[in-house]
Design a protein around this ligand. Structure first.
Ligand code: DGJ
Length: 744
C-alpha cells in the first residue's frame, strides 16, 4: 500500500481517497473486502483527521450478507459503483451479461492512479481540465474478466467533481453491457427533496420539486435526444432548502442522447443517485480487449441553497464547458428570416430584410429554412444541402457577400441530421436512414433521421456543411434538429448490435460537430432542436448558445428561463422578440414585456414579419439599443432568481464588475387592491450605495439585501388623478418593469 498526495487528492495508507478543495470534499474508501465504499460528498473535510461517521454493520433479518461475511450487507452499504447479483438488490451502476451467460459480477479494488489536470474523454464531450486533479481507480472481476476504471476529477476553483467509467473486457469472449452508468452516489440515510426540469415542446425547463419517495424515481429519455421532457439534470437537497439556504447536490450528464438519472430510496432510507446512458433499450457488445467509455457526469455541491448551486454551474459551464472563444464575447443582435418569410426566402427578400435590420440597429441577418434546392415547404429537400438557384441565382455566397457589405454579419440555418424521402439524398442512399427492415417508418414533420452511426453519412454531412463555411462568409450557424428517433436501427450494423445505434449515433454526431466547430472556431454556433429538445451540456461543449424554446411569449418564457437558469448561464441562452398573438399560445403582450423578458439572455434577436417590424419600429429600435448596450453584461454577469410566486417573478443580474444591477419584475395577472411587495436583492456590496436609474434615488447595498426593495406597486384601478405613477406597474395583465441600479 502506498500513500500519495497532491494538492487536491489525498490517499491514506488504508486506502481512503479524499478529494478536496477549499469548499468541498468527495471521500470514499476501499473496504477490507475490496469494495469501494462511498463516505462523503459535501462540505470540505481535511484528510487523516478521522471521519466521524461512515458505513456500519449490523445483523438484519432477510438481508443478505455479501459473500457470507458477517453483517456485511451491500443493500445498506454506500458504494461507488455497485452491482446487482450478489447482495445488493437495488438499481446497479453496471449490469453485464458475462461470457458465462449470467449477470452476477463483483468488482473489487485493483489499483489507482492520480494525475494532475484532466484528460478529455475519447470521442465524447467532457469538461476541460486546468487547475484540477484526477483520480482513476481500477476495479476488477477476475471471474468475469472485467475491469472497470472509475475517473474522478476535482477542481481547485469550482465546487465540482466529474465522474466517468471505462469498462474493459479483459477476457477472451465477448460480453454484453446492459447498463453502464457514468456515476453513482450513495447518500447518507435521510429526508431529501429533488428538483428536476420537466416539460414538452414550447414549455421546456419547468422546475418541479418533490420529496424523494421510497422506491425509484427516474427522469429519462429514450427518444434519441436528451429531450424537452426531462433535461439531464437533477438537484438533490436537504429538506426545505431554498434559494439562499440548504445543502444541494446538483447532477448533470454531459450527453445529448438517451439518458437516465435515477434516485432510489430503499427500506433503510439509503438514497442512491445514478446518472448515465439510459439502460432501457440499450445493449453494447464488448469484444475482448475493447473498452466502453461512459459519458461524463458532473456533480456540484452547495451548502448555501439553489442560488449558490446555480452560480457554481454557471461559472463551471462558462469556464470549462462552453467554447472559450465566445464565452465572454457580447453576442450580436439578430433578425431571423423565419417569421418574416418562412420558406419564401429569395436573394431579394433577404436583402430587403438586411436593409430593415440595418435600419433597426440589428447586427446580424440570419437566413433560416428554405434556401436549399427545392425546399418550398416542409415535405422535401432536407439532406440536399445545395443552394436553390431559383431563389438565389448567384448562390448563397453572393447573398452573404451583399448582406455583409451593408455592415451586417450573416448567419445560415442547417438541419444536418435530417432527410426527407423526397430528396436527391434519399434516392441515392435509401439505406442512410435510421430504420429497421420490414416496418413502415414513423415520420415527424415529414422527415427522417439520418444514420449518424455510419461514417459515410458523417463524411457526407461534413463535406456539405464545410462547402458553405469554407467561403468564409458565414458568421453564425443555426444547427436545427426537429424530430426524435423511432424504428431505431442501422443497415450498417449486425443484428446483435442494433441496440447500440442510439449511442453510436451520438458518437457520430459529436465527431461531426467537433470537426466542424474546430475547423471554424470563429463561427458562432447555435444549437436548436424544436426549441429545447436537445439543450444539454454535451452539445454546449461545441456550440456556444442554444435556442432554449420555441416559446417566445414572455409569460410562457418566465418558467422556461427560470427553470433553465438552475443549470445554464445566460451566456448560453438565446431569445427573440416574437410576434403577437404569440404563435404557440395565442397571447398578446406588449413589445415592452417581450423586450424585458427577452432581456435575460445573451443572444437576443427578432423574429417578426415586416408589418410587425414597421408597426413597432421605434420600440424595436429602443429594444435593440438596450440589448446592444447590455450585451457584455449578459455574457459575463451573475444571474439570480430572487422572487417567484407563480404570478410574480423577479430576476436579478449583476454585471461582472458589480457596477450595474438589473432587476426584472414581471407580473402575470392583474388584481385589485394588492398588497405591497418587497424583494431582497443578493450579492451586492453591503458598504456601497446603488442609484436606481429611473428615479434617481440611492439605496444602501446592505439595505437592499437585508431590508429589501419596494417593488413597483400593482395599482390596477389608478383612481387618483394626482398620483405619481412612476413607481407603479403598468395597468392590466402581463406587465413588467426593468429596473437598473448603478453602484455609486
Ligand atoms: C424550427 C425552429 O424552431 C424554427 O425557428 C425554424 O428554424 C424552423 N425549424 C425552420 O424549419
Amino acid at each position: 500500500m502506498t500513500t500519495s498526495d497532491n494538492r487536491l487528492i489525498h490517499v491514506s495508507e488504508d486506502l481512503v481517497f479524499n478529494l478536496s478543495n477549499q469548499h468541498i470534499s468527495y471521500i470514499f474508501r476501499v473496504s477490507p473486502e475490496g469494495i469501494l465504499e462511498h463516505l462523503h460528498f459535501g462540505g470540505a473535510i481535511a484528510p487523516n483527521r478521522g471521519l466521524s461517521a461512515g458505513p456500519r454493520r449490523v445483523f438484519r433479518c432477510t438481508v443478505l450478507e455479501f459473500q457470507g461475511i458477517k453483517n456485511y450487507q451491500l443493500d445498506d452499504t454506500p458504494q461507488e459503483y455497485p452491482l446487482f447479483g450478489t447482495s445488493d438488490t437495488r438499481q446497479p451502476a453496471l449490469h453485464v451479461l458475462n461470457s458465462a451467460g449470467n449477470t452476477v459480477n463483483t468488482l473489487l479494488y485493483k489499483s489507482h492512479q492520480i494525475t494532475l489536470s484532466k484528460a478529455d474523454l475519447p470521442n465524447l464531450p467532457s469538461a476541460r481540465g486546468g487547475a484540477s486533479s484526477t483520480l482513476a481507480v481500477t476495479l476488477e472481476d477476475a471471474v468475469s474478466q472485467l475491469e472497470v476504471t472509475l475517473s474522478y476529477t476535482i477542481y481547485e476553483h469550482h465546487n465540482v467533481v466529474t465522474r466517468s467509467a471505462n469498462v474493459r473486457n479483459v477476457g477472451t469472449k465477448a460480453v454484453r453491457l446492459d447498463n453502464a452508468m457514468s456515476s453513482c452516489i450513495d447518500l447518507p440515510q435521510g429526508d431529501y427533496e429533488l428538483l428536476h426540469l420537466r416539460g414538452s415542446w414550447s414549455r421546456e425547463f419547468e422546475a418541479e420539486r418533490m420529496d424523494v419517495p421510497q422506491g425509484r424515481f427516474v427522469i429519462e429519455s429514450a427518444r434519441g435526444t436528451s429531450s424537452n421532457v426531462h433535461n439531464p439534470f437533477m438537484a438533490l437537497m436537504s429538506k426545505g432548502a431554498g434559494e439562499q439556504h440548504g445543502a444541494v447536490i446538483g447532477t448533470a450528464l454531459m450527453y445529448s442522447g438517451n439518458f437516465a438519472i435515477t434516485v432510489e430510496k430503499n427500506e433503510f432510507e439509503s438514497v442512491r443517485v445514478t446518472a448515465g446512458i439510459n439502460p432501457f433499450n440499450f445493449q453494447w457488445l464488448l469484444e475482448p480487449d475493447e473498452v466502453f467509455s461512459t459519458p461524463e457526469a458532473v456533480h456540484v455541491f452547495s451548502h448555501q441553497g439553489l442560488d449558490a448551486m446555480s452560480q457554481t454551474w454557471h461559472r463551471f459551464v462558462n469556464d470549462k464547458i462552453s467554447p472559450p472563444q465566445f464565452v465572454d464575447q457580447a453576442r450580436p443582435t439578430y433578425l431571423n428570416s423565419w417569421e418574416a418569410a418562412y420558406f419564401d426566402v429569395t436573394h431579394d427578400v433577404v436583402l430587403g430584410l438586411a436593409d430593415k435590420a440595418k435600419a433597426l440597429g440589428v447586427e446580424m441577418l440570419v437566413l433560416d429554412d428554405g434556401w436549399f434546392v427545392g425546399r418550398n415547404n416542409d415535405t422535401s429537400s432536407l439532406g440536399d444541402w445545395v443552394t436553390d438557384e431559383t431563389k438565389f441565382p448567384q448562390g448563397i455566397e453572393e447573398t452573404a457577400r451583399q448582406v455583409k457589405a451593408k455592415g451586417l454579419k450573416f448567419g445560415l440555418w442547417f438541419e444536418p441530421e435530417m432527410v426527407n424521402k423526397e430528396s436527391q439524398l434519399y434516392v441515392a442512399h435509401p439505406d442512410w436512414l435510421i430504420q429497421v427492415p420490414d416496418r413502415v417508418l414513423s415520420t415527424g414533420r415529414n422527415q427522417h433521421t439520418l444514420d449518424l452511426s455510419r461514417q459515410d453519412v458523417v463524411e457526407y454531412l461534413f463535406e456539405r456543411i464545410d462547402s458553405f463555411l469554407s467561403t468564409g462568409l458565414i458568421d453564425y450557424v443555426k444547427w436545427d434538429m426537429n424530430r426524435v428517433m423511432s424504428e431505431v436501427g442501422s443497415a450498417a450494423l449486425s443484428a446483435d448490435r442494433q441496440l447500440e445505434v442510439p449511442h453510436r449515433y451520438m458518437l457520430g454526431l459529436y465527431s461531426l460537430v467537433e470537426r466542424i466547430t474546430s475547423k471554424y472556431p470563429n463561427v458562432l454556433f447555435e444549437n436548436c432542436a424544436s426549441g429545447g429538445n436537445r439543450f444539454d451540456l454535451g452539445l454546449l461543449r461545441f456550440m456556444s448558445q442554444g435556442w432554449v424554446s420555441d416559446m417566445c411569449d414572455p409569460i410562457g418564457r418566465l418558467s422556461i428561463i427560470g427553470g433553465a437558469s438552475h443549470l445554464f448561464p445566460l451566456s448560453t441562452l438565446a431569445s427573440y422578440i416574437g410576434p403577437v398573438p404569440n404563435h404557440q399560445n395565442g397571447r398578446v403582450t406588449s413589445v415592452k414585456m417581450r423586450k424585458e423578458v427577452g432581456f435575460f439572455a445573451s443572444a437576443r434577436g427578432l423574429s417578426l414579419n415586416e408589418a410587425d417590424l414597421d408597426a413597432n419600429q421605434d420600440e424595436i429600435i429602443d429594444a435593440i439599443h438596450l440589448y446592444k448596450a447590455t450585451a457584455q453584461d449578459m455574457v459575463e454577469g451573475s444571474f439570480h432568481r430572487i422572487k417567484n410566486t407563480g404570478n410574480e417573478v423577479c430576476w436579478q443580474l449583476n454585471s461582472r464588475c458589480g457596477q450595474r444591477v438589473y432587476v426584472g419584475y414581471y407580473h402575470v395577472l392583474s388584481a385589485p387592491n394588492q398588497p405591497f411587495r418587497r424583494t431582497k436583492l443578493v450579492n451586492l456590496d453591503a458598504d456601497s450605495s446603488y442609484r436606481l436609474q429611473c428615479r434617481g434615488m440611492d439605496f444602501g447595498g446592505d439595505s437592499l439585501m437585508t431590508l429589501g426593495f419596494d417593488l413597483p406597486y400593482i395599482d390596477a384601478m389608478r383612481i387618483q388623478a394626482d398620483t405619481d405613477y412612476s413607481n407603479h406597474m403598468d395597468q392590466g395583465d402581463f406587465v413588467s418593469r426593468l429596473l437598473v441600479f448603478e453602484k455609486n
